[in-house]
Design a protein around this ligand. Structure first.
Ligand code: PSU
Ligand code: MN
Length: 307
């Protein structure tokens, strides 16, 4: 499933693959739709720097002019960060964004698909999509969960935002056989806060023990991803109660405006950002960087195991 005409590796990523160096995938929806300019470019570049500093190689993934790109140049990250004409691309959107030659920012699901094509098994992001509140009626369940069930990529995240129904999200992951690992915690983190009230499946701390579990899973032919949920650093965590109020208001607004489909998540994220007057943005930046560091350490450990 590798076609040079559709998939283009950056020079850095190509060299890393030739030399068998550890790689870490990064998504681009966070750049185009998840954060405002200029923090989005700054963060995207800082994430790459964190990964390089840990002796791994970053591969930011996106679609540019209908080409699947694994590893981007700085100008290309700027283009994704500044343009208003970038599609949000999940699994179902990939064929069209490619056939029409458009630009697309990849969600967790689409980034996992492309990472697997490119032979990258570790991916760092902020939060995964999940079952939305009232999802039992609306069936608004992110394609990220389906992808985690089928694609062999480990996703380091800070859990999921409580714009979602975290309990239902964890139930779906359990049903679909996706291990949910708490990093040095017994509790699934809720992105802005370290706690959600829901237990994880198991807790691990060391990159090497995590890498060993991933290796066993995939060697056994148990296809699918793993959620590696790392709580936001203590000093960057936001007050849970305050965030809950803000999220309630955002959900109410979405309902009144009749927001649906792929617009739900970006709408809620944008509202939460506005209502916290930017405070949530610095938390967001801190936790993604923390995740990039852990993902790099896991990629290095996986590489040690396989060499
Ligand atoms: N949750 C966040 N920040 C994000 C997203 C989710 O806290 O940026 C983005 C990710 O790219 C994720 C996508 O894969 O939203 C999920 O969208 P949907 O719910 O439409 O599947
Ligand atoms: Mn949805």
């Amino acid at each position: 499933m590798f076609n040079d005409e559709i998939i283009v590796l950056s020079r850095e990523v190509k060299e890393a693959k030739e030399q068998g160096r550890p790689l870490v995938a990064l998504e681009s929806t966070i750049i185009s739709h998840g954060m405002p300019w200029p923090e989005n470019v700054e963060t995207a570049l800082e994430l790459e720097a964190e990964i390089r500093a840990r002796r791994a190689v970053p591969a930011t993934i996106a679609i540019l002019d209908g080409k699947v790109r694994v590893g981007l140049e700085e100008e290309e990250i700027h283009r994704l960060a500044k343009s208003n004409d970038v599609m949000k691309v999940s699994r179902r959107d990939l064929p069209y964004v490619i056939s029409s030659g458009k630009d697309g920012a990849t969600t967790v699901a689409a980034t996992m698909i492309i990472a697997e094509w490119a032979g990258i098994s570790t991916f760092a992001t902020g939060g995964i999509g999940g079952v939305h509140r009232e999802g039992e009626n609306t069936l608004d369940i992110s394609a990220d969960l389906e992808e985690l069930a089928r694609t062999n990529v480990a996703v380091v995240c800070a859990g999921a935002k409580s714009i979602l129904d975290i309990g239902l999200t964890l139930e779906v992951l359990e049903t679909r056989g996706v291990p949910v690992v708490g990093i040095a915690t017994e509790e699934f983190p809720a992105f802005y806060s370290r706690k959600s009230g829901y237990a994880v499946n198991l807790s691990l701390t060391e990159p090497m023990e995590i890498a060993r579990m991933l290796q066993v899973k995939w060697e056994m032919g148990l296809t699918g991803g793993v959620v590696l949920a790392q709580p936001v650093p203590e000093e960057n965590a936001l007050d849970e109660k305050e965030m809950d109020d803000i999220i309630q208001r955002a959900l109410q607004e979405a309902k009144v405006k009749g927001i649906s489909g792929k617009d739900v998540t970006p709408f809620l994220l944008g509202h939460v950002k506005d209502l916290t007057a930017g405070k949530s943005l610095s938390t967001n930046i801190a936790l993604v960087k923390n995740n990039a560091r852990l993902a790099a350490d896991i990629a290095v450990a996986l590489h040690q195991l396989s060499s």
